[in-house]
Design a protein around this ligand. Structure first.
Ligand SMILES: NC(=O)c1ccc[n+]([C@@H]2O[C@H](COP(=O)([O-])OP(=O)(O)OC[C@H]3O[C@@H](n4cnc5c(N)ncnc54)[C@H](OP(=O)(O)O)[C@@H]3O)[C@@H](O)[C@H]2O)c1
Length: 355
């Protein structure tokens, strides 16, 4: 029997989970779509993908979605709502999300208690994952740690230029690129504080899973101004405004840094001289016995020509598939919180499309 799935949010990531649900996964059945844009309200899910209708209409009506009978909601909006997620969980639907809840055990207690109560009421499970936070900051370090005798420090660096990332609401509205540099700090806005929390949780996840026994996670951000104007889709990022953000989240035990996530993010492709220069993409370093380093990069293809838009889409596909592939495991998990440290290894369900 197929798992009945609701797609909640049809942006760059959500459109990929929606397409894969409809086209690649006979074990998943689409039963609902929650959208935010009035223009998408009432549209058929197949037509949202530019194809033939499939008989499932998208709606902006949260209540209508909550009353649907479904096994799992794939929750991928740009702005999260703990109220909505608790309502989904309490209504008996599991949740997989790319947006937050990567290690709910480390949420502020009131939020954690609410989520757990909703899971208990609905007999449901919530799982947050993706690319980073997600596989690269959770599963990959844990998989590599299987070859470790001892670990002294884990560092994940993400170096990315966002100029071709077409979710510009996230770039400019959520992440405050283009704002004055003096206005950027770890909790300057609701979203920056939220972003800070996401990666803080991710450091805790690794620390908890590997027994690092850290005291705290510290965070900092270095905002850097653009030297010139940059046209980013329909936005102009002005010279003198924020074009670079270097964030560091460090899990510390007795003053010693043990787990670190560093993001080196630019918009407009000016790279600050004083920042470290790992390769573009993600570099994971485990210092210990033995010390290991691996570099990850996703592209549309390593063998054929592809446009920049296709390459950018590849990261969205990776983010989307990491949670969609987890749907069966999350539906079968014990009620409560499921993380990359507690679920079985998530692997491709479609694989080589054979068998
Ligand atoms: N973990 C990871 O590695 C990772 C990687 C990339 C992204 N993400 C996260 O995944 C989520 C989706 O990212 P994306 O790239 O798909 O974003 P996006 O392209 O900007 O998509 C925007 C989504 O937000 C919805 N939306 C519009 N207005 C909204 C509002 N007022 N409140 C809530 N949602 C609203 C849109 O609704 P419609 O359906 O009507 O268009 C659409 O579904 C984000 O939370 C992002 O931070 C995580």
């Amino acid at each position: 029997m197929a798992y009945r799935v609701i797609q909640w949010g049809t942006g760059a990531v959500g459109i990929e989970t929606l397409a894969a649900t409809l086209h690649d996964r006979p074990d998943l059945e689409l039963v609902g779509v929650r959208v935010y844009s009035e223009g998408k309200n009432g549209m058929d899910a197949g037509e949202l993908l530019g194809g033939a209708p499939v008989g499932v209409a998208a709606t902006t009506d949260t209540e209508a979605i909550l009353t649907l009978d479904a096994d799992c909601v794939v929750y991928t909006p740009r702005i999260t709502s703990l109220d909505d997620v608790c309502a989904i969980l309490a209504s008996g639907k599991n949740v997989v999300t790319t947006a937050f809840l990567f290690h709910p055990r480390r949420l502020p207690q009131a939020d954690r208690d609410r989520l757990l109560a909703a899971c208990t009421e609905g007999g449901t499970t919530v799982h947050g994952s993706g690319l980073n936070p997600g596989n690269l900051s959770g599963a990959l370090p844990l998989v590599l740690s299987g070859m470790s005798r001892t670990i002294d420090k884990i560092t994940l660096q993400e170096r990315a230029d966002w100029s071709d990332y077409d979710s510009t609401s996230i770039t400019f509205d959520n992440m405050s690129f283009g704002q004055p540099v003096e206005d950027i700090n770890v909790d300057a806005t609701e979203f920056l504080a939220f972003n800070n929390e996401l990666f803080t949780e991710q450091v805790w996840l690794l620390a908890d899973a590997l027994g690092a026994d850290i005291d705290e996670v510290t965070s900092s951000v270095d905002a850097v101004a653009a030297r010139a104007d940059h046209q980013i889709f329909d936005h102009v990022l002005r010279a003198g405004t924020t074009a670079g953000q270097r964030w560091n989240w460090v899990g510390v035990r007795a003053g010693e840094p043990l787990v670190e996530i560093e993001t080196l993010w630019t918009v407009g492709n000016e790279y600050p001289d004083h920042w470290p220069r790992p390769k573009h993409g993600w570099t994971l370093t485990i210092e210990g016995d033995p010390s290991m380093q691996t570099h990850f990069f996703s592209l549309a293809s390593f063998t054929r020509e592809a446009t920049m838009a296709e390459h950018v889409r590849a990261a969205n596909v990776a983010t989307a598939m990491q949670v969609l592939n987890a749907v069966p495991e999350v539906c079968e998990a014990a009620p409560g919180f499921a993380t990359l440290a507690t679920l079985p290894l998530i692997r491709s369900h479609t694989g080589f499309r054979r068998g």
